[in-house]
Design a binder for this molecule. Structure first.
Ligand code: SF4
Ligand code: SF4
Length: 358
């Protein structure tokens, strides 16, 4: 599965769900948004397994994204989740900081867990490099390439003048002959990164467009709490009521899918974005930045956000359809234009190999 096979569904509500199966991680990256250590929280695997068991062939997400912390500390759980997902037709992507690339040879159970999934997302940047040198990542990814694994890179820029990003792009394009797609983003000042200085100046990735498509794929957080977006402050909780979706211990996929797809305010966030909603409801009071204005909606009278002035549910649905079509037709949408081509690397080769397999 190529990265763009997921990205094109970015605007589709409940097309995917994140499962953050552990906050633990053996690495100590200085920019870690989840503040992960080896003693961080880890809850019962049953929370995640039972939730996945509520998927059915008739009703399941297109994708689960298994993440952490470091999910490959639990390779057996990754494989079990993948088996459950595959039984009903859900594809699986696993994200990792690749701590195991430091070992003389990667453990078999980790390689098997990666093999079982449909896509492997590797985080790499100047902070990760201090924990796992890039050359070790390249060597281990070559082993995975030889096993037929579909891989993408998530590269994080630490400052405006971060040379590591361009070096990494060059190394991977050369070493893997342009077959590995890459997404380049910025470090955000959350978790350990809040202690860093010289971070790139940025607004929220959705701010330029205003609509927030990050409300589409819910996150089952470390303790099973389910929230509507990946904003780390929301994941760490407590989430504002309009972004709190329940707990995986009591939730089934059909109920979660309905919550994600039907809540009026989530639809409005996907069409207008939080600042625009806040302005419509309280025109004199919107000096917040993007996500703060979303948090502040929790203080607005809930009846007032059931129906925004002038917008009935049907009209929102029609606008949402348009947003979805834009994303489905352009999987690089919302990626900075200088890095957009990187997202498509390997796409043609991947499509060709799929055709041959058919
Ligand atoms: S690999 Fe990821 S989870 Fe682990 S310390 Fe680094 S940023 Fe945090
Ligand atoms: S605007 Fe709201 S829903 Fe969107 S990422 Fe920020 S906190 Fe989450």
């Amino acid at each position: 599965m190529h990265l763009t096979d997921m990205l094109r569904y970015r605007a589709n509500p409940a097309a995917a769900v994140y499962l953050t199966i552990t906050r633990r991680c053996p690495l100590s990256c200085a920019h870690c948004s989840t503040n992960s250590t080896m003693t961080s929280e880890e809850h019962s695997p049953e929370v995640f397994l039972n939730f996945a068991r509520s998927f059915s062939s008739a009703d399941h997400p297109h994708f689960i994204l298994v993440t952490g912390g470091e999910p490959l500390l639990l390779p057996h759980l990754v494989q079990e989740l993948t088996q459950i997902a595959h039984r009903v037709g859900t594809k699986v992507a696993v994200g990792s900081g690749m701590f195991f690339a430091n070992m003389s040879s990667p453990p078999k159970n980790i390689m098997d867990a990666i093999d079982s999934a449909d896509h492997f997302i590797v985080s790499l940047d100047t902070f990760h490099d201090r924990e796992v040198p890039r050359a070790r990542v390249v060597d281990t990814l070559k082993l995975l390439r030889d096993r037929g694994t579909s891989v993408s890179l998530q590269i994080t820029k630490s400052s405006e003048s971060d040379e590591y990003v361009n070096e990494t792009i060059d190394v991977f394009r050369r070493e893997f002959n342009d077959t590995i797609p890459m997404v380049v983003g910025n470090v955000t000042a959350v978790g350990r990164a809040s202690q860093l200085t010289d971070l790139p100046q940025q607004d929220h990735p959705m701010a330029a467009l205003e609509p927030c498509v990050l409300t589409n794929w819910p996150v089952v957080t470390f303790d099973g709490t389910i929230v509507a977006c990946t904003n780390q402050l929301v994941v760490d909780g407590p989430a504002p009521t309009h972004l709190a979706l329940g707990n995986a211990a009591e939730m089934t996929w059909p109920r979660l899918r309905d919550e994600v797809s039907q809540r009026y305010l989530l639809k409005a966030l996907r069409v207008f974005g939080p600042r625009s909603i806040r302005k419509r409801l309280t025109p004199s009071a919107c000096n917040h930045d993007y996500c703060s204005s979303c948090h502040s909606l929790a203080q607005v009278n809930s009846a007032a956000v059931e129906v925004l002035p002038g917008f009935q549910t049907g009209e929102l649905d029609a606008l949402l359809d348009l947003v979805q079509i834009q994303y489905e037709n352009d999987s690089t949408r919302n990626v900075p234009h200088e890095y957009a081509d990187l997202v498509l690397l390997g796409k043609i080769r991947h499509a060709t190999s799929q055709t041959k397999e058919v």
